[in-house]
Design a protein around this ligand. Structure first.
Ligand code: BG6
Ligand code: MG
Length: 210
């Protein structure tokens, strides 16, 4: 019996991938490191610092302070793009799906690795759809660790066995399964073999919970 839905944000409710890509690309270019959209795909669901480590590659010689400065620089750039976000960045069918879910006896939460979650939700007028927010600010371990989803379930007062997680990242499906959740894959995560359901559009979620 599904009593709660935990949504990843980036790539599930709206697409900020291009903004992440542009910001990381400019850091990589500055450092003379090759970076393309395929590498950007590997950063889905991965925390900011872990993403930087992937871009810099193993055995890089940057100090912790230098890495923190690079991550901060990326975030400042990313936030200049986010500042342009408007409610129209969320597809009409996504908003309609959230409206329908809110009319049911189902608790909703966000489970995102992003520390910019609340800013994005506010800019796109999505905040009111969720009973709780678990994000990059309340976790110590990033996806594929289940912490962000376990916290979200705790915040809405439900056990993982009664919650669905909706994810577009492979790391997110790993995290959902590791936490004992039902995993619904959308977008890039649809190729994950462990997903319990695969959907093309968010509105298909309504059939799963019916
Ligand atoms: C996730 C994105 O939602 O948030 C990742 O899929 C990103 O690509 C991560 O690295 C962290 O985001 P932020 O906003 O804290 O830098
Ligand atoms: Mg995502």
């Amino acid at each position: 019996m599904i009593k709660g839905i935990i949504f990843d944000l980036d790539g599930v409710l709206l697409s900020t991938d291009e903004y992440h890509y542009m910001a990381w690309k400019s850091i990589a270019d500055k450092l003379g490191i090759y970076f393309d959209k395929q590498i950007n795909n590997k950063l889905r669901g991965v925390s900011r610092m872990d993403s930087l480590e992937i871009i810099l590659g193993k055995n890089n010689s940057f100090s912790v302070t230098e890495k923190e400065m690079l991550a901060e620089e990326k975030n400042e750039l990313y936030r200049t793009y986010l500042a342009e976000l408007k409610p129209s960045a969320v597809e009409k069918s996504v908003r309609e799906t959230l409206d329908k879910i809110r009319a049911l006896d189902i608790k909703t939460a966000i489970g995102s690795s992003s520390k910019n979650t609340r800013y994005i939700l506010e800019k796109t007028d999505l905040t009111h759809y969720f009973n709780a927010i678990s994000d990059g600010n309340n976790i110590t371990k990033s996806k594929p660790d289940p912490e962000v989803f376990l916290k979200a379930a705790e915040y809405i007062g439900l056990p993982p066995s009664e919650c669905i997680v909706v994810e577009d990242a492979h790391a997110g499906i790993d995290a959902a399964k590791a936490g004992g959740f039902t995993a619904v894959a959308i977008g890039d995560a649809r190729t994950h073999s462990q997903a319990d359901y695969k959907i093309n559009e968010l509105k298909e979620l309504l059939k799963i919970i019916a």
